[in-house]
Design a protein around this ligand. Structure first.
Ligand code: FAD
Ligand code: PHB
Length: 393
């Protein structure tokens, strides 16, 4: 089997790259370890930046998004029993879009299948080879195709944090920068009407909480919990009790309760592997970097990476120039490190740190108070939250 670009991973990064390449007449084959059903039902991100929506439009997969997504002009944060609104639109002229990652993935898979371009789900023993020479390939096996050697010009490693691509790069090539946080998020998806219009981020003595949503009948909520927390320590009544307590403020608002459809515990980590390239293997999205979800940046960064990569590959094939491919890692890392800083900062601002550090608590408080009273401070937050512009879009 032969193609121009072999894409490992059918998450948002791999699928969007496939669509963007297709739009420029570049062939690809996607190889995914999990089933289509699993990929389409993995509940994760929900906040799309303006630039991410523009990319989905460019890829021709934004029709349902425009019909069903919720456009938010601001969000709120709560501290000391007070609520304060960040007017994203008033400050930046930009809004954010609430649309589940699994809906993005469903739309991208539908477009991929409609185009007739190959995607191999449930691929086993995926290996990437030869990317330091001129003859890269991806080996895998599936029930239908048997053992496959997929020869290609380039490999896009879009296989997430636990994938094989990054680990296949020889020792010493990558520098790893990492921060592991002393807490995790317990996330639930509830069959409940979101009873407030915008997201609420809460800083509370008992720990962080977040009120978010997916649709007019689905609420998404998160609680800070200890790292490696077991889900069975959190029966429904404890989850709702803690959400009510942490999201409360003097206005008396409380989230509406409903059946819990999905629950998970997500670890919190900051991670960057650089450079994001080794020979003809290009890493994109979570395969190269992780941010804690507090800044809602992970999916948006993945989209930005593959935009840069699609432009660089287009220049290679159309004009025979590799300057953009050579600049890929540096171009992406500039945005990645801005988002790393923002996500680390939001996380540090809003969570309770277990060591009980009164100095840190006072700093958090001073910063939250500043955000609530200074337009300049709120603008820095808003500009980062809505996302910096994407070159060339
Ligand atoms: P992934 O989505 O991880 O996709 C990688 C794919 O590769 C998967 O389908 C996987 O099955 C496949 N794969 C793995 N190994 C192999 C292999 N060996 N061979 C073949 N395929 C393989 N981001 C935001 O922007 N906004 C948010 O609001 C937000 N909220 C979040 C909330 C939570 C609780 C979590 C956990 C994350 C959140 N994120 C958010 C982050 C976002 O979900 C990720 O950054 C995003 O999924 C990255 O996309 P990706 O395609 O790079 O990786
Ligand atoms: C979500 O809706 O899942 C969500 C929203 C904002 C975040 C993280 C996750 O910062």
């Amino acid at each position: 089997m032969k193609t121009q670009v072999a894409i490992v991973g059918a998450g948002p990064a791999g699928l969007l790259l496939g669509q963007l390449l297709l739009g420029r007449g570049i062939e690809s084959v996607i190889v995914e370890a999990r089933s289509r059903d699993y990929a389409e039902h993995r509940v994760r991100a929900g906040v799309l930046e303006h630039g991410t929506v523009a990319l989905l439009e460019e890829a021709g997969v934004a029709d349902r998004l425009h019909r069903e997504a919720l456009v938010h002009r601001g969000f709120e944060f709560t501290f000391d029993g007070r609520r304060h609104r960040i007017d994203l639109e008033g400050l930046t002229g930009r809004c954010i879009t609430i649309y589940g990652q699994q809906e993005v993935v469903k739309d991208l898979i539908a477009a991929r299948l409609a185009s007739g371009s190959p995607v191999h789900f449930e691929a086993r023993d995926v290996r990437v080879e030869g990317f330091q020479s001129g003859t890269p390939s991806v080996r895998f096996s599936t029930l239908d195709a048997g053992e496959v050697k997929l020869e290609c010009d380039f490999i896009a490693g879009c296989d997430g944090f636990h994938g094989v691509c990054r680990d296949s790069i020889p020792r010493g090539v990558l520098a790893i920068h990492e921060r592991v946080y002393p807490f995790a998020w317990l996330g639930i998806l509830a069959q409940a009407r979101p009873s407030r219009e915008e997201l609420v981020y809460a800083n509370h003595d008992e720990g962080f909480a977040l009120f978010s949503m997916r649709s007019p009948s689905l609420t998404r909520l998160y609680l800070q919990v200890p790292p490696d927390e077991r889900l069975d320590a959190w029966p429904d009544a404890r989850i709702w009790g803690e959400l009510h307590r942490r999201l409360a403020a003097s206005d008396g608002w409380q989230p509406e309760e409903g059946d819990i459809l999905e629950r998970m515990v997500a670890p919190m980590r900051s991670f960057v592997a650089e450079p994001m390239r080794c020979g003809r293997l290009f890493l994109a999205g979570d395969a190269a970097h992780i941010v804690p979800p507090t800044g809602a940046k992970g999916l948006n960064l993945a989209a930005a990476d593959v935009w840069v990569l699609s432009q660089a590959l287009a220049r290679h094939y159309a004009e025979g120039h590799d300057d953009l491919l050579d600049a890929y890692s540096q171009t992406c890392l500039r945005r990645v490190w801005r988002a790393e800083h923002f996500s680390w900062w939001m996380t540090s601002l809003l969570h309770r740190f277990p060591e009980g550090d009164s100095f840190r608590d006072r700093l958090q408080h001073a910063q939250l108070d500043y955000l609530a009273s200074s337009r300049a401070a709120a603008l820095v937050l808003a500009e980062n939250y809505v996302g910096l512009p994407l070159a060339g879009l």
